[in-house]
Design a protein around this ligand. Structure first.
Ligand SMILES: CC(C)(COP(=O)(O)OP(=O)(O)OC[C@H]1O[C@@H](n2cnc3c(N)ncnc32)[C@H](O)[C@@H]1OP(=O)(O)O)[C@@H](O)C(=O)NCCC(=O)NCCS
Length: 182
């Protein structure tokens, strides 16, 4: 694991795609094709894509994680989330989730949904910490090993944001950044 690094979180750009595809291939047994990311980046107005980058050796920045969320009316759907294996276990996925859940809330989402492999206990544990609960099982959903998908929903995004301490800290930090102009 690469630790003691500085991270920055920002919207994804076209020139992040090569790094994003590497992370995708290292993270999923059914990776997304480049065309899927390109579509979401350039054509899908309802897609919100962010990356995390390691800025410890600035100006050399390295993209190390990504998230893609689709807004469909008042529902937000987490389409993908992955962290480079060298950078896992340092809260990067949690940071990306916090930022994106706040962003979709600001854009009017009231509910958030996702699918996760039944065997992916780590991801399920993160989602539970964010208030998601299993609402349904899709049998044999994944075509590589016929594994079931669990559908997890965060039914009341507003109350989660208003009650979960993590957002209070994030909002306070964002406010103080806005005031100091950084
Ligand atoms: C799932 C994934 C995104 C997590 O990224 P990450 O940056 O390592 O996650 P975080 O460091 O933010 O972990 C947050 C929480 O996850 C849980 N967690 C972390 N590692 C865990 C492990 N090995 N086992 C169980 N839970 C674990 C803990 O609850 C942790 O909270 P803590 O900070 O109190 O310990 C990453 O492992 C990954 O990219 N996996 C492959 C792709 C994937 O599965 N994506 C999700 C698809 S639905």
């Amino acid at each position: 694991m690469i630790s003691n690094r500085k991270f920055n979180f920002r919207p994804m750009r076209d020139d992040d795609l090569d790094s994003v595809l590497i992370i995708d291939h290292l993270s999923f047994s059914i990776p997304w094709p480049k065309s899927a990311y390109l579509h979401d980046l350039q054509k899908n107005q309802n897609a919100i894509l962010w990356v995390a980058e390691d800025v410890s050796e600035s100006p050399n920045r390295k993209v190390i994680a990504m998230i893609d969320v689709w807004m469909i009316l008042k529902d937000a759907h987490i389409a993908t989330l992955a962290v480079h294996p060298d950078y896992r276990g340092q809260g990067i996925a949690s940071n990306l989730l916090e930022l994106l859940l706040l962003e979709v809330y600001r854009r009017g989402a009231t509910r958030v949904m996702l699918e996760v492999r039944e065997s992916n206990l780590k991801a399920q544990s993160i989602y539970r910490e964010f208030g998601f609960e299993v609402v349904h099982r899709r049998r044999r959903y994944y075509r590589d090993n016929q594994e079931d998908a669990l559908l997890m929903n965060l039914e009341d995004l507003e109350s989660e944001i208003k009650t979960n301490q993590r957002y209070k800290t994030l909002l306070a930090n964002q406010r103080s950044k806005a005031i100091s102009g950084n």
